[in-house]
Design a protein around this ligand. Structure first.
Ligand code: PBG
Length: 331
């Protein structure tokens, strides 16, 4: 069969490849775009001055003292990043995570420092106890269990203290029941009615948090988090979690991790139409970094492909350690 013959017999009404021929054509019909202002950059704030310590399992991610955090935020701002999410690494830990509401702890100090140096950057703070407890669980332990209601009281204290330091958004990541409503009420009672709540609403019990626990020194010393984080097998339950957090006053809802839960992300966005965040977690980042370092994949393309997929699935906000690299890549 010669080529002319085959052309004559093939009668296509629609040739999909027409729209893929040139870069300009592909750009014209592109459905999903990324922009730096949808990225939120997580930062790990530690004690001290001049500290910039790389996390070995997360190349390009650092434990930063407050002064270095401000420099990092300034650098990110110059690349178009307009929001950050702060985690704290206190020197002092105890059974009930009391450093989480110390007004002079790393997170509170960093909020004030960022707000005075780069006031137009939105500052969100992670509200959880696992970085603050000596046992590494996200709550207060009573009778060998993470006890819900006493934990919520501690989380409320932490959230109020972040708001008092000037945080724009508080983001409870503990997965206790009722914490969004309790935090919302306490904020309102104290005049912080403009502080938004971003709820880690559908947060799964994921193996992909591994590198984070090194970054935040927050691995549980016994047991695991399966009694409070969600079973990875469940999708309907995620919708119930999100519904409940919205009912309790969440302004933004989150699905976490991102890539293994794109179906959940789409369902949450379609069902509620709320501002929806997806957290590309430490393990998602470290996998790409490790493969790239071995020369096994093209990091820039793989990074943008993952972030685009998360966006395409329905995320309005992407929390990612790649925020700065991605902003540079799409500039
Ligand atoms: C705190 C918290 C965790 C993460 C965000 N907030 C760890 C955990 O739940 O074990 C994970 C973030 C990441 O892996 O990048 N509870």
């Amino acid at each position: 069969m010669n080529p002319t013959q085959s052309q004559a017999t093939l009668k296509l009404t629609r040739r999909m490849r027409r729209l893929r021929r040139t870069d300009a054509m592909r750009a014209l019909v592109r459905e999903t775009r990324l922009s730096p202002d949808m990225f939120m950059l997580p930062l790990f704030v530690c004690e001290g001055r001049g500290v910039r310590r790389e996390v070995s399992s997360m190349p390009g991610v650092f434990n930063l003292s407050v002064d270095e955090t401000v420099k990092e935020v300034e650098g990110a701002r110059s690349e178009g990043i307009r929001s950050v999410l702060l985690f704290g690494l206190p020197d002092h830990k105890d059974g009930v995570g009391s450093a989480s509401y110390d007004p002079n702890a790393p997170v509170q100090s960093a909020v004030r420092a960022i707000k005075s140096a780069v006031p137009d950057v939105l500052v969100a703070t992670d509200v959880c106890l696992c970085e603050y407890t000596d046992h590494g669980h996200c709550g207060v332990i009573i009778d060998n269990e993470v006890s819900n209601d006493p934990t919520v009281e501690q989380l409320v204290r932490a959230a109020v203290s972040h708001a008092a330091a000037g945080a724009d958004v508080v983001a409870p990541s503990d997965m206790m029941d009722g914490r969004v409503g309790a935090i919302r009420q306490a904020l309102d009672e104290r005049g912080f009615e403009n502080t938004a709540v971003m709820a880690y609403a559908a947060k799964y019990w994921s193996a992909f948090y591994g590198p984070f626990r090194e970054a935040a020194d927050s691995a549980p010393k016994f047991g695991d988090r399966a009694s409070y984080q969600m079973d990875p097998a469940n999708g309907d339950e995620a919708l119930r979690e999100v519904a409940q957090d919205i009912e309790e006053g969440a302004d933004i809802v989150m699905v976490k991790p991102a890539l293994p839960y794109l179906d959940v992300l789409t369902r949450v966005k379609m069902e509620f139409g709320y501002p929806t965040a997806a957290y590309q977690v430490s393990g998602e980042y470290s996998m790409l970094k490790a493969a790239a370092r071995n020369g096994w994949l093209d990091e820039k393309r793989a990074m943008l492909e993952c972030l685009t997929a998360i966006r395409r699935a329905g995320a309005d906000i992407i929390i990612t350690y790649y925020a700065r690299e991605a902003a540079r890549a799409i500039a």
